[in-house]
Design a protein around this ligand. Sequence first.
Ligand code: NAD
Length: 323
Amino acid sequence: MKVYLITGGAGFIGSNFIKYLLSKGENTRIINVDKLTYAGSLDNISFARNMGNHIFIKEDICNKREIDKIMNNFKPDYIVNFAAESHVDRSIEDSEDFVKTNVLGTGILLQSALKYGIKKFVQISTDEVYGSINKGLFTEESPLKPNNPYSASKASADLLVQSFYNTYKLPINITRCTNNYGLNQHFEKLIPTVIKHCLEGKNIPVYGDGKNIRDWIYVCDHCSAIYTVVQKGLIGEVYNISADMEMQNIEIIRFIIKEIYKLLSQSDERKKYINENLIQYVEDRKGHDRRYAIDASKIKNTLNWSAVQNLEEGLRKTIRSYL
Ligand SMILES: NC(=O)c1ccc[n+]([C@@H]2O[C@H](COP(=O)([O-])OP(=O)(O)OC[C@H]3O[C@@H](n4cnc5c(N)ncnc54)[C@H](O)[C@@H]3O)[C@@H](O)[C@H]2O)c1
């Protein structure tokens, strides 16, 4: 039996990863440690409620004593660290919790992983650690140049994880993925905000000129990539994860408005207000990165992973889940 310690498993990607792991039907035990901040919800893991091989523990990864007890009790083979403060806008307002959870929390998990001799520690990081790029793509060798407190805290965690490999040979991998969308994402993020505001006839706020480019991946594709890295990733390596679906924010917003309109029945009253007039340009985010773009050929070529969901259909699925 393989024992996984999943942190942040009541959040968006963590809960999807747990669903993915359970769907594999392997002999696994999942210990899900989540503080249940505003971003985490037990509703996200309701599918696992009656499953004997999923154990939920409400705990803060910064609580060294309790993390030690959990590690000692369950002796996990793998730690997959999703737990994080994840919203850039909040980090610009106040960075304290970002530094605590994303840096200190990761450090506590690493020390515990070392003490209990785990098989692998997988750090779930982000393409945002590389910063913004106007043309071309960042590879795993590109220098880290984060531009906001969120991405700076994630980059710091990445360096700490790499230092545990270099110093102690702790078996690690780091994954750096692009923007996710799909089921269970918190309403504060771009795509859920656009869908919600559109359905409620509220203005859809768009930062700056709306031409910032993000690369989008369906959350289930991200989960299959993480699983691949857990199983086959070479120790000490970093893997970029992308589905190569770049789009300007304004384009994605227009697409969602059009699709919601099409998906509603002819008689639906909401059709009266669902159009591009809902778009409202607002003052740009401070230090807003223009474009994130990474080269994911390493995971594709060496671990034989690829994304399967195209953006348009993935967005339709996501919209339908809100309807
Ligand atoms: N969402 C994306 O587009 C994206 C892209 C690339 C990487 N990532 C990374 O993936 C990870 C998960 O992102 P997400 O979008 O699911 O985030 P999320 O905000 O939806 O979920 C984070 C989860 O972590 C928990 N948590 C926060 N602080 C904690 C603490 N101190 N102790 C224990 N649990 C704590 C929260 O309760 C929540 O359940 C993050 O590390 C993020 O940096 C996200």
